[in-house]
Design a binder for this molecule. Structure first.
Ligand code: ZN
Length: 507
């Protein structure tokens, strides 16, 4: 077994170096690579992937991992968890023909750019053939990985959030549909709030200045991270020492960069606060997609759209954009950032209508994978579902089916984790309220108290505990979506339905 461990560790070291190179290439592709290099770049990525497969699929390595897996009870706790994860992933990978895997990586390397061009030019027809190829691959992938218990779309769902399949998601989304669709209707039928100041002209340089202010508020250590711009904001990193976030600035929409920045910094905080002993292991980084999203949405919505947070930071924002905000009171700002509106863009959506956007994508993915819906029929279905769930007309594909990068990146089964993450966040918040003075923690100069609580309860474990284990340990119960519904209804009723003066009680 010692020999197996040595072989494993030596190979992991090499693979980590490849992963690091791939991470940097993908960061560069999405932030500043010139368009003309993508064809050449995709060739080089294909070569790198095949070199990685030479290491991870070679007989010696596979046998070493298998040996360790068979003798896992003799390993230390963390190593055992790591080997189980590595073996389960390797077992899956080995079921897919290597040539197909390389071809797929090369396809994805080009797809992002084609999607970007299609989105900018409102040209779905340009993206459709690539999307069809990606979908075909997903279907082949499902065939390779189907088991007696996991079939069809469940294979993809389970990849992103282990233990969550159509059965669990259908139950979750049915509950949200039942409770939230009428609540959204009720709130959006009220007289709309005046938030016109949000759409005035805001200098992008000053928005960047405020983004840097937010980094300090969230205690983001620039020694271990940086920020750039990209079409679609995201967080990317390698271990706890290199964590990067991107932002997109719109001159006529102040709130977009503020909340996407807080969101991405939420992801970054999770990565940064993992115990560094997991760096370079398979347990590095957040535990699952939904738990990751729970953290970003915790910061973005529960903290970032709270009254105590802005009581502290609104004066800074007001001063920075004095011309536009001098006559906008804190209360008006607080109401505006919690405005409930039926809108087209998921990433700009308020926290109440957000899960409805996710349901649209969940239904479409089910239709693609299980009903073999043709790519050319997707925009029509997209537009119909927006009408059904949100009651709005989609004017073009840029603001419709082309808005998200996920499908271009081959991420099918990922979207539902966003809604699930929001529900995890609300359950954690329910517990945090019992242990922390929220007004004080959210309204402090910086969020160090919030960071410390989340580090202790969630972040430090990195990938060594599942969301199920974390929720049980922290909140003393299994996943329970009732906290999510309670949180949304309580907060938003208080803002929009009850007396406006009562909002100060919200925490
Ligand atoms: Zn996110």
């Amino acid at each position: 077994m010692e020999n197996a461990l040595e072989i494993y560790q030596k190979a992991r070291k090499k693979l980590n170096a490849f992963h690091y190179a791939m991470y940097l290439i993908s960061w560069d592709s999405e932030t500043e690579a010139p368009v003309g290099c993508l064809e050449e770049r995709s060739k080089q990525i294909g070569e790198l992937v095949s070199m990685m497969l030479e290491i991870s699929h070679c007989k010696e390595y596979v046998e070493a991992v298998k040996t360790l897996y068979d003798k896992k009870e003799e390993l230390t706790t963390d190593l055992k968890l790591e080997i189980v994860k590595v073996w389960e992933e390797l077992e899956k990978e080995l079921k897919i023909p290597e040539a197909e895997l390389i071809e797929y990586e090369m396809l994805l390397a080009k797809a992002n750019n084609i999607w970007c061009e299609a989105k900018l030019n409102n040209n779905y027809a340009l993206f459709a053939p690539v999307l069809a190829q990606i979908i075909n691959w997903q279907k082949k992938y499902i065939q390779y990985l189907e088991t007696d218990t996991l079939k069809g779309y469940d294979v993809l769902l389970n990849d992103y959030e282990k233990g969550f399949t159509k059965k669990e998601y259908d139950e979750f989304f049915d509950l949200l549909k039942k409770e939230l669709v009428p609540f959204v209707k009720k709130i959006t039928s009220l007289k709309p709030l005046d938030d016109s100041f949000v759409y005035k002209k805001y200098s992008i340089d000053k928005q960047k200045e405020f983004a840097h202010y937010l980094m300090d508020v969230m205690c983001f250590d620039k020694k271990f991270g940086l920020t750039k711009e990209s079409e679609h904001p995201f967080t990317s990193g390698y271990g706890t020492t290199d964590v990067r976030v991107t932002c997109h600035y719109y001159e006529n929409l102040l709130t977009s960069s503020i909340f996407s920045m807080i969101h991405e910094l939420g992801h970054a905080t999770y990565e940064r606060q993992c115990d560094s002993k997991y760096d370079d292991t398979a347990l590095s980084g957040g535990t699952t997609m939904a738990m990751h999203e729970s953290q970003s949405r915790f910061y973005e919505n529960i903290v970032g759209r709270s009254y105590p947070f802005w009581s502290k930071h609104y004066p800074v924002l007001q001063q920075l954009f004095f011309e536009n905000l001098h006559d906008v009171e804190l209360d008006d700002f607080y109401h505006a950032i919690n405005k409930i509106e039926k809108t087209l863009i998921r990433t700009e959506a308020d926290e109440l209508t957000y899960p409805l956007h996710i349901m649209v994508r969940y239904d479409i993915e089910k239709a693609i994978i299980e009903s073999n819906l043709d790519v050319h029929a997707l925009p029509k279905l997209w537009n119909k579902l927006y009408q059904d769930y949100l009651g709005i007309e989609v004017p073009n594909d840029t603001k419709g089916i082309l808005q998200d990068v996920h499908w271009a990146g081959g991420s099918f089964g990922y979207f539902p984790t966003y809604a699930l993450g929001s529900a995890y966040a609300a359950q954690l918040y329910h517990q945090m309220k019992k242990e922390l003075n929220i007004d004080e923690a959210f309204g402090a100069d910086d969020l160090s108290k919030v960071n410390a609580w989340l580090k202790e309860k969630v972040h430090k474990y990195a990938g060594s505990k599942s969301p199920k284990e974390i929720l049980l340990m922290v909140t003393h119960e299994e996943f329970n979506p009732k906290y999510y519904l309670e949180y949304l209804k309580e907060k938003l009723s208080l803002i929009h339905i009850s007396e406006p003066t009562r909002h100060a009680q919200i925490s």
